[in-house]
Design a protein around this ligand. Structure first.
Ligand code: VGL
Ligand code: ZN
Length: 206
């Protein structure tokens, strides 16, 4: 499955975390994050079904370095569920940083799935929290709606996009990531590692 031809009834376009805080000027800015917006809008126009994720943390969320005295952003710490990178405060519920990029076309989106709203646990994937066992409900939604293929793009390639794509594949969905509509954070080689992990999981990188 190398050149995906889209099927309007079975395909869902899933836009990952295209929010102000992940764009230049935001709290956890991804280099060039805003550049994907016109590309994403072009994709949205071609799909019959579109859903979005929104990173949506309560103030003082445990993934914030500020919740750990003496720690600084981008350090790794051990959480009950394993290693967790600490981030600057970002995408705090109800703040402008958590809003979608103002130029992003969201009118036709059928679902917004929020993640990271539990104080003690981070959530990169659109399907599972970082404990890898608490589901968001998205898999059930997709199955009940009859979608068999998920096409993903957004921010950041090496965190939320990659985790979501790999989970989608593991859950049995055909999975395509449109790299031209993604940008990465790239912490210590995380971008190359994420691309390899996606390929190994059977994700089509388009
Ligand atoms: C993300 C780090 C923290 C992402 C979200 O959307 O990739 N990364 N929260
Ligand atoms: Zn986050």
């Amino acid at each position: 499955m190398t050149s995906p031809s889209f099927d309007p009834d079975r395909d869902l376009l899933l836009l990952i975390d295209i929010q102000n805080d992940f764009c230049p000027g935001g709290a956890l800015a991804v280099a060039g994050g805003h550049e994907i917006v016109p590309v994403v809008n072009g994709l949205t126009a071609r799909f019959a079904h579109v859903a979005l994720t929104q990173d949506w943390h309560p103030p003082g969320h445990r993934s914030f370095a500020s919740a750990h005295p003496g720690r600084t952003p981008y350090e790794s710490v051990t959480f009950p569920y394993g290693m967790q990178t600490l981030w600057p405060d970002h995408c705090v519920q109800g703040t402008p940083g958590a809003d979608f990029h103002p130029a992003l076309q969201v009118t036709r989106a059928e679902l917004v799935i929020r993640k990271g709203f539990r104080s003690e646990i981070d959530s990169y994937s659109a399907f599972y929290e970082n404990d890898r066992s608490t589901p968001t409900g998205l898999a059930g939604y997709l199955r009940e709606r009859g979608f068999t293929r998920v096409v993903l793009c957004g921010l950041a390639t090496d965190f939320c996009v990659a985790y979501s794509a790999i989970d989608a594949r593991r859950l049995g969905f055909e999975t395509v990531v449109v790299l031209a509509a993604c940008r990465g954070i790239d912490l210590g080689g995380s971008l190359a590692a994420a691309l390899t992990a996606m390929r190994e999981a059977g994700v089509v990188l388009a």
